[in-house]
Every structure is written in structure tokens, then in C-alpha cells.
Design a protein around this ligand. Structure first.
Ligand code: HEC
Length: 144
């Protein structure tokens, strides 16, 4: 715990009231938002040809942006006790998710669908990088 001294120029730190542990934050906030992002852009083939799915309305694009912000800010929530596992690799991997989300947001603001696709892949890598170290039982971030 950091105790502010009389000559500390920083304002006192606000106290936090976390409502969820890591597991619940993953299931209730991070995973659903990441799915919105990953589902935003895609293509598939069937007997009638190749179909492409992209957001087409302002509100659809807003939802993609909001999803990126939700995941990115959740990276900050992972740095707050009691969720912060350590201030080393854990903090680095949590920040990695926020960095990936920042690019994901920029891609959505630019409405650049191929950039959204690559940003989504990079975000997925940020999830699995942390699971590989701290949650090895989770092979895929969207596995239940
Ligand atoms: C900084 C580390 C870290 C990052 C980054 C991270 N996770 Fe997790 N995740 C964990 C840990 C640790 C658990 C296991 C929690 C437990 O079971 O107590 C977990 C569990 C989960 C679970 C299982 C939840 C449950 O109900 O059992 C899902 C789903 C999940 N993460 C999705 C994601 C997605 C999607 C991303 C990326 C967008 C992501 N995670 C990024 C650390 C991380």
C-alpha cells in the first residue's frame, strides 16, 4: 500500500471497490465484448458462394468501438487489486491486451474491415499469451 507523505505532490489515490474476481471479469465482461469484436467482420463460403459480413450502420460500428474499449479498459481492471496477480509478467500481459485493444479501436474508428480483422487476431493472441502462462487449462479464450 502506498501512503502519501506531506511532500508527495500526487493527489491521494481513490479507493476501489472491485465487484468481480478474474474469472468473473473474464466471463462477464471481457469474453462477451471480445466476441462482439471478433464477430463484427468475417467471411464464409457455402453452396451459394462467398459471403462477407461487415458492420454497415453507424450503430453497428459504435458497438464494435465500444467492444474494443470494454476489453481495453478491462486490461486496467486486471491491474487493480485483488485481481493483479503480480506487477511483472501479469501486468505486462494485461497491458498487452489494452495495447491490442487500442489498435482494435483505431481500426474500428477507421472502419477498415481488414484492419479490424487483423486487430482481432492480435487481440486473440493477447488473450492466449496470458492464458498460456496463468490459465493453462484454457486452451482457447472462448472455450467454456
Ligand atoms: C493478464 C492475463 C489475462 C488476459 C490478458 C486474458 N485472460 Fe482470460 N483468464 C485469465 C485467467 C488467470 C483466467 C482463469 C481465472 C480462474 O479460473 O480463476 C482466465 C479465464 C478466462 C475465461 C474463463 C472464465 C470462466 O468462466 O472460467 C475466459 C472465457 C477468458 N479468460 C477469456 C479471455 C479473453 C477473451 C481474453 C482476451 C480478450 C482474455 N481472457 C485475456 C487471464 C487472462
Amino acid at each position: 500500500m502506498v501512503v502519501a507523505s506531506a511532500c508527495d505532490p500526487r493527489p491521494p489515490q481513490p479507493s476501489f471497490e472491485p465487484m468481480s474476481d478474474v474469472k468473473t471479469l473474464m466471463a462477464a465482461v471481457i469474453e462477451p465484448a471480445a466476441e462482439v469484436y471478433w464477430d463484427a467482420v468475417g467471411s464464409w463460403d457455402d453452396s451459394t458462394g462467398t459471403h462477407v459480413m461487415v458492420p454497415t450502420t453507424d450503430s453497428a460500428w459504435s458497438a464494435v468501438q465500444a467492444a474494443a474499449i470494454t476489453v481495453g479498459e478491462s486490461g486496467n481492471l486486471l491491474l487493480i487489486p485483488p485481481r493483479a496477480v503480480d506487477q511483472g509478467t501479469w501486468a505486462q500481459l494485461a497491458r498487452g491486451m489494452t495495447t491490442a485493444s487500442r489498435e482494435a479501436l483505431a481500426a474500428a474508428i477507421a472502419r477498415d474491415t481488414s484492419r479490424v480483422f487483423s486487430a482481432g487476431a492480435a487481440l486473440y493472441d493477447a488473450c492466449t499469451a496470458c492464458h498460456a502462462k496463468y490459465a493453462t487449462e484454457i486452451l482457447r479464450p472462448n472455450a467454456k
